[in-house]
Design a protein around this ligand. Structure first.
Ligand SMILES: Nc1ncnc2c1ncn2[C@@H]1O[C@H](COP(=O)(O)OP(=O)(O)OP(=O)(O)O)[C@@H](O)[C@H]1O
Ligand SMILES: [Mg+2]
Length: 278
């Protein structure tokens, strides 16, 4: 395989289709979607509930099979890979989920939750090394190393999401798919988590596919935005252009529904993120 060009976007999705089986035949959910996530940048994916955003994300990560199209990550085609071929890629592509409570195993300690990826991918040298690294990750996401032996129920929603982010970061990924990472949180906590994600991107050069339904959050946080309606991407543009000059009637409707209110995004922007304290 030829070496991928550094100019090629990290993630290139072309004509991707996903269907779910039903008694009456396959139901198309993701319908010929194309999009790019550039290196070190954030692509926002917006659209109403049920439009297929999570299904698209799960297909990209190989968690559900595609029925057609292409997904290239760092120049490598992902569709059709065997589980064994997927293994090294799983480390490079991580996910942060909408509901931090449901995505953390309540019976595991924070040390075990965050350390699992280190162990599975052979990135640590025994338990002491794992705990040392996990402690560093906890501090990086604004928690304390003394949180290591605690369980998820001992944390607030925002703190749980910090644990979810630390778990994703542990394996040093290049791409993180964030599926509505702040939707379940209070507005004041939303901006803290968005600022954390933004700082981590600056520091580590991460690329994000960021699913949201709040256009104001998307405008503040994303470089580019794709708008999804009934399984199709109907419009794609840089965030400011999309908000100021929406072309597609559906985008215009979404913007009207947002009413120009800024919500959490008032407190977060790519340039100002570091000025907002925890
Ligand atoms: N495993 C599945 N089997 C059958 N249908 C499914 C499955 N998962 C999702 N769907 C259907 O696919 C459609 C898209 O769902 P999806 O979860 O991708 O939407 P979404 O855009 O992420 O919505 P939300 O904003 O509410 O999270 C829905 O109609 C849903 O019922
Ligand atoms: Mg979803």
């Amino acid at each position: 395989m030829s070496k991928p060009s550094q100019n090629e976007p990290l993630l290139v999705v072309r004509d991707l289709c996903t269907s779910f089986p039903s008694a009456g035949g396959p139901i198309p959910i993701v319908r010929s979607v194309s999009l790019d996530v550039h290196r070190g940048k954030t692509l926002g994916l917006v659209g109403e509930s049920g439009s297929g955003k999570s299904t698209l994300a799960r297909t990209v990560l190989g968690l559900i099979p595609a029925s057609g199209g292409s997904v290239r990550f760092d120049g490598q085609e992902l569709l059709g890979l065997t589980p064994r071929q997927w293994r090294p890629l799983r480390r490079r592509m991580q996910m942060v989920f909408q509901d931090p409570a449901a995505s953390l195993n309540p019976r595991m300690t924070v040390a075990a939750i965050i350390g699992e990826g280190l162990r599975v991918h052979g990135l640590c040298d025994g338990r002491a090394d794992s705990e040392k690294r996990v402690a560093g990750l906890l501090e990086r996401v604004g928690l304390r190393s003394s949180d290591l032996p605690r369980h998820p129920h001992e944390f607030s929603g925002g703190q749980k999401q910090r644990i979810g982010i630390a778990r994703a970061l542990a394996v040093e990924p290049e791409l993180i798919v964030c599926d509505e990472p702040v939707s379940a949180l209070d507005v004041s906590i939303q901006s803290q988590i968005l600022n954390l994600l933004s700082d981590l991107q600056d520091e580590l050069g991460l690329s994000y596919l960021f699913i949201a339904h709040d256009l104001a959050v998307v405008r503040a946080f994303c470089d580019d935005v794709a708008v999804m309606q009934r399984g199709e991407v109907v419009e794609q543009a840089d965030a400011d252009t999309l908000v100021e000059h929406p072309q597609h009637p559906y985008t215009q409707t979404l913007l009207r529904a947002a009413g120009g209110g800024l919500g959490a995004s008032e407190q977060v922007s790519k340039s100002a993120s570091k000025q907002v304290s925890k």
